[in-house]
Design a protein. Structure first.
Lengths: 283, 283
């Protein structure tokens, strides 16, 4: 396993891989790897000859009052996990390498970046789309793998790939959860003991909503109330949103009729903001 | 020479070229080809094995009250000129092929897109950067050729290529002029007979400014006054701007000291808006 730190090195290595007919798979991350990430690496492994892991805590996707500085960083542990997952190359650039002086070009996805996470974190998706476009140009992957946990991010990257004609196949891996249902996230380490217990209410409320709909409930107010009741019992500091969207458009729906529904949650426990989601099929 | 109309066909053909080791050169245009364009094609020819011409009147770079609908289109003539210039493939997509329903991703260059042309045409450079990014993904060129006439556009594409890590070499070709100095432009056909005569004042004023500076004039007000006097004598409908910028930053300079100066002009004759520029070396 090799570790590359400059754009030039990475671009040259990727071109070698391509010219020798190798299929390149990339898994973009901010490091602080957990089992969610390793599941993405395993999926990439099955669909490509070469697996490249990128580790970059991307400053442009953090707002001014967010956790950029204290975001967990542990490269030694990440390197070990990457080796175990069969990664071929780690691309781990510095901030100055990715955003040199005079940097001013961004990729913006206009409609969907205004809602939900985008409403609360106004420059977040601009930062995500920009860094992913850069990584795609640097690595030229055939396949890129993203987790379903960041559902809106996934939708935006899919829109970007389609709208800007990136010739890249996107693969999605399901959310990996702790035994009590909490979605794995690098930010879970911020949670105090009690907050950690309460945070499982995110999944419990989603699972309960899925069950209700499965049993035939079609009144969104009833489903929403059940989610809010489960969350409220776990004393969140704030519930940012509970939303029901059409997974094909990411637009909010106002009734449960036909198609699937994607339920989105964002809430804070203590000072830690967590998100989760569940896709519920409607028969 | 082949003519390709879909993204899928063009992307497949480009991948074939790449895998067979051919160096791809692209010249993006809106058609209505003139000698400026054919000079770009000749330059591309000298630096690549395969020359691809794109012809697409890009709606996203026109403002609502601009000339999108009446922009000159003459594909038969363009095809003939392309054949004579040794073009291998023309990529000529429909608007629906490039901007299908739901399109919402744009590339924006923040700082420099606010000034000069960007001030007068607020969404212009967003449209240019977006379509060029799309064409780069569809064609995957090794080399792309742009004219010096659209100096600010060239600066923005250069910023985009650098900021987003496109692995593409940009080449620039000098402005091709009519015998009286008027820069070749597809929009020159809009000019009435008298307007056409008066429009040569753009170049005459630039050439006069270059001479003044060459003779040692270092007072920008004197240079600006000389340009304005030459232009005013030709009865323009409006002078949009006369600007002196540092070609390395595209920021306006307030004194002539060291480095080169790029002089930018935009003015209207009748209803036709024309731009021109001159790079003046400072000894």
């Amino acid at each position: 396993m090799e570790i590359l730190r400059t754009v030039r090195e990475m671009q040259a290595r990727a071109e070698q891989f391509r010219l020798s007919g190798k299929r390149i798979g990339v898994v973009p991350t901010m490091g602080a790897l957990h089992e969610g990430h390793t599941s993405l690496l395993s999926l990439a492994r099955t669909r490509s000859d070469v697996v490249i892991l990128t580790i970059f805590v991307n400053p442009t996707q953090f707002g001014p009052n967010e956790d950029y500085r204290r975001y967990p960083r542990d490269f030694e542990r990440d390197e070990k996990l990457a080796r175990e997952a069969g990664v071929d190359s780690i691309f781990r650039p510095d901030v100055e390498e990715m955003y040199p002086d005079g940097f001013q070009t961004y990729v913006v996805t206009e409609e969907v970046a205004q809602t939900f996470e985008g409403k609360i974190r106004p420059t977040h998706f601009r930062g995500v789309a920009t860094v992913v476009a850069k990584l795609f140009h640097i690595i030229r992957p055939h396949v890129a793998v993203f987790g379903q946990k960041d559902a809106q991010q996934l939708f935006i990257i899919r829109a970007m790939v389609r709208d800007l004609n990136f010739d890249i196949e996107l693969l999605t891996a399901p959310i990996v959860r702790e035994s009590d249902g909490l979605a794995r996230s690098s930010r879970n380490v911020y949670l105090g003991e009690l907050e950690r217990l309460n945070a499982s209410s995110l999944y419990r409320s989603l699972a309960g909503a899925g069950e209700l709909i499965g049993k035939g409930e079609r009144d969104l107010r009833v489903v929403r109330d059940s989610i809010l009741a489960t969350l409220a019992a776990a004393s969140p500091t704030l519930i940012d949103y509970v939303a029901f969207v059409d997974p094909a458009t990411f637009r909010e729906i106002d009734s449960l009729r036909g198609g699937d529904v994607l339920i989105l949650l964002a809430a804070r426990f203590g000072t830690t903001r967590l998100i989760d989601n569940l896709l519920v099929p409607l028969r």
